[in-house]
Design a protein around this ligand. Structure first.
Ligand code: CUA
Length: 337
């Protein structure tokens, strides 16, 4: 091979590889990781991408150089020279991919086993998925429930999933992992948050009419702020004051994600406007207190005209204690001003 040919091949390869590297680096393909597991997964991703870019550069150089250097003249109808096999070349192109694929397999296995390894002082959280909301309960804090996933920074967290109805899938892009939640199975997922912030929790399995609205947030706080939150919430839920206890039930169960309610400062419009409960009860010819209670525990008994049927979870009758339900009803009935 002449020196000029090698220079051309290298030149084309560098240009092709440079373009591919620019496409990989200039665009923000992945969110900035917020957990150690996501950091390791990102490392594996970039390890594979780097290999791909190098191979792409080599292949692009060989193809472009051949097309340019060995192209046939317009009137040349002759066949190329008969070539049969090239043992050295075949060994090389078998060996290199074998080494690369083995390297990817080994590094992936290491990343997976490190990601699954629980740290010390694990915080366990039970995650319930249902059409169309997430709820998180903290077994070490009297099963306190929350509609947002509150997490302490820098601590090993194990999520244990339950699906109440159909298949959902848990995804926080910044945590780098997805977990399908299949009814009857209780998979777990290990997360070690390493960045304070607020991140979206998304359902990534088409699960029905409200799938697109099945979102909440994960809030990573400093360990001190997390402990303060846990204590404050436990106190609010147990409060004898219905306004405090009712508001905690309202917030912890994510009611504000779908409903407008001035007293709680929420403005969502998916479900009926809770500031108009008295008018709705009149339309339904029911006493207000009973109407509100039934609408929570058995939402499909009466659907306010203009709102979709079957979107409100039908599980609050069992998931809320009598005390919580009483507090919520009192809060909703007394909340309109
Ligand atoms: Cu739950 Cu989509």
């Amino acid at each position: 091979m002449r020196r000029g040919s090698i220079a051309s091949l290298v030149g084309i390869g560098v240009v092709a590889g440079g373009i591919a590297a620019a496409v990989a680096l200039v665009f923000p393909w992945l969110p900035k990781p917020a957990s150690r597991e996501a950091g390791r997964i990102d490392f594996e991703f970039w390890f594979v991408v780097t290999i791909c870019i190098v191979i792409f550069a080599i292949v692009a150089a060989a193809i472009l150089y051949s097309v340019w250097r060995f192209r046939a003249a317009p009137d040349d109808d002759s066949d190329g020279p008969p070539i049969h096999g090239h043992t050295k070349l075949e060994i090389v192109w078998t060996l290199i991919p074998t080494i690369l694929v083995t390297a990817i397999g080994v590094t992936s296995a290491i990343v997976l086993s490190q990601d699954d390894a629980l740290g010390k002082n694990v915080l366990r959280i039970n995650v319930t998925a249902q059409q169309f909301e997430w709820s998180f309960s903290y077994p070490d804090a009297n099963n306190l429930t929350s509609a947002t996933l509150m997490l302490p920074n820098d601590r090993s967290v194990q999520l244990r999933f339950t699906a109440r109805d159909v298949i959902h899938s848990f995804w926080v892009p910044e945590f780098g992992q997805k977990q399908d939640v299949v009814p009857g199975l209780h998979p777990t997922l290990h997360i070690t948050p390493d960045r304070v912030g607020t991140f979206p929790v998304i359902c990534t399995e088409l699960c029905g009419l409200g799938h697109a609205t099945m979102r909440t947030t994960a809030v990573v706080m400093t360990p001190a702020a997390f402990d303060k939150w846990l204590k404050g919430q436990s106190k609010a839920v147990a409060s004898p004051n219905p306004a405090t206890a009712g508001k905690a039930v309202f917030t912890n169960n994510g009611c504000g994600a779908c409903h407008t309610f001035a007293a709680a400062g929420t403005t969502a419009k998916i479900g009926p406007d809770l500031d108009k409960l008295a008018a709705y009860a009149q339309q339904a010819h029911q006493p207000l207190q009973a109407f509100v209670r039934t609408s929570i525990v058995s939402p499909n008994d009466y659907i306010q005209p203009g709102y979709p049927k079957g979107v409100m979870p039908q599980t609050f009758g069992t998931s809320l204690s009598k005390q919580q339900l009483d507090a919520l009803v009192t809060y909703l009935v007394g909340g309109k001003k």
